[in-house]
Design a protein around this ligand. Structure first.
Ligand SMILES: Nc1ncnc2c1ncn2[C@@H]1O[C@H](COP(=O)(O)OP(=O)(O)OP(=O)(O)O)[C@@H](O)[C@H]1O
Ligand SMILES: [Mg+2]
Length: 421
């Protein structure tokens, strides 16, 4: 007998460069997220966060989806999915309008945001998110909520994120071919930020860097709003490839070595229990001796390169003053031994590793409501997407409407104005 589609169930799919992760959950009566299904499968169809092989991507999504549905014991129809890749661009823009009836109404706010959206973007790009930062009413600056205020001139500063139309289309297509409809596409670092940052970090000002397999996704929050975002095209897979080439070992062995013995902060060498390891090359019984210190020699410059990209961005846009709470590293690449210490030294800022964490106060005690299984930086995006999916009712979005699915997903995305603030 086929599985049933249940109400009150929502799904997130993190289509990563190294893994596809499907999470199915339901809301409990007290507002918690209860995970009922998880399915993961290696991802073979992506490069640097972008779908490059539809058939392989469809296969990986189908496998992960099946595992999650089997565990949940139900079938799912819709999912919220993430988007990243070198094609993602962002900019801050300003719009100005005259206030219609002295007191600012929702209509004035909508008009000023529409005005701020009027920036030239290239033909192959589509606006993914328009996220308000601050409003200015006459001469009064840095207003977070302008509705109800009096004045004659309203100004809005917004953060606009755009992505390649074709990349988003390929994500939607791959999911549909795997048997699931896309209800929303969310920029991956926005999802990761929702999963790992605390409200006070976001208020005070903090940076988040999700170091995945194909891309390192950066964002800055202050006053609870996103101030800046950037996708850096270097991440965990580059570290692994460097090791494979540098040591002359197969990729799978390089990946194993990186996870087990890799380090990028020199002091960590003292913690290793081995000076050298023997690597089975996987053919004709051949073996190779690898000095563990040589992993540092190869990995450390790559780690510096990721931090160089970040540093350049921070200098170019004068971002450090927005980050008094420091930098939160997440994604699988953040688990690499010494990454935290290296970033701390480089930026002279507090750095922590972010794992999905949601606290709920019970009798003044903070209880973490994230299932133990997901308390790992590799699930930051997936869990963030799940939080997003839980807050949005798919039934309000009908696929039976006229027009292409793609157009509908995008029009829905652009109406998210207040979702991430
Ligand atoms: N223990 C570990 N030590 C070092 N690196 C690790 C460890 N565990 C995972 N990684 C690395 O993390 C990367 C995968 O991270 P993650 O699962 O966040 O990426 P992804 O979401 O698939 O990719 P992307 O977000 O770039 O599309 C891989 O390069 C993997 O080698
Ligand atoms: Mg990822």
């Amino acid at each position: 007998m086929g599985k049933k589609i249940l109400n009150n169930v929502f799904t997130a799919i993190d289509i990563g460069t190294t893994k596809i992760c499907v999470l199915i959950a339901t809301n409990t009566p007290n507002g918690d997220i209860e995970l009922i299904g998880i399915g993961q499968h290696p991802s073979y169809g992506l490069k640097k966060g972008v779908v490059v092989n539809i058939a392989k991507t469809v296969d990986s999504i189908s496998q992960a989806l099946k595992k999650a549905e089997d565990m949940a014991g139900c079938k799912v129809e819709y999912a919220t999915v993430g988007i990243s890749g070198g094609h993602i661009q962002s900019l801050n823009s300003t719009g100005i309008v005259a206030i219609k009836n002295k007191d600012i109404s929702q209509e004035d706010v909508d008009r000023v945001i529409e005005a701020a959206k009027a920036v030239p973007i290239s033909k192959d790009q589509e606006i993914l998110h328009v996220l308000p930062q601050y409003f200015k009413v006459d001469d009064q600056e840095l207003i977070l909520d302008s509705i109800g205020m009096s004045g004659v001139r309203l100004e809005a500063q917004v953060h606009i994120i755009t992505g390649a139309i074709s990349s988003a289309q390929n994500i939607i297509k791959s999911c549909e071919m795997a048997g699931i409809k896309v209800s929303d596409i969310v920029l991956e670092q926005l999802a990761s930020a929702d999963a790992v940052l605390t409200e006070s970090e976001k208020e005070l000002g903090v940076g988040i860097l999700d170091i995945g397999g194909g891309t390192s996704d950066f964002a800055i929050y202050k006053d609870g709003r996103i101030m800046h975002s950037k996708v850096i095209p270097v991440a965990g897979n580059h570290f692994t490839n460097d090791l494979a080439i540098g040591l002359g070992v197969p990729i799978e062995k390089a990946e194993e070595l990186k996870k087990k013995y890799g380090f990028v902060w020199e002091d960590n060498y003292l913690d290793l229990d081995k000076d050298s390891v023997e690597v089975d090359l996987g053919y004709q019984g051949k073996k190779k001796k690898v000095e563990t210190y040589s992993l540092y020699d190869i990995l450390q410059p790559r780690a510096e390169e990721v931090l160089d990209f970040l540093c350049e961005e921070m200098v170019n846009f004068k971002l450090k003053s927005f980050m008094p709470s420091g930098l939160v590293l997440t994604g699988g690449g953040s688990i690499l031994t010494g990454m935290k210490e290296l970033a701390e030294k480089r930026f002279n800022l507090p750095v922590r590793i972010g794992i999905p964490t949601r606290y709920k106060s019970i009798d003044n005690k903070n209880i973490c409501t994230v299932p133990d299984l997901l308390k790992n930086p590799i699930y930051a995006t997936g869990y963030g997407l799940l939080i997003y999916a839980g807050g949005h009712n798919n039934s309000e979005f009908s696929f039976s409407q006229e027009g292409s699915v793609f157009k509908k997903v995008f029009s829905r995305m652009k109406s998210w104005i207040y979702d991430f603030i």
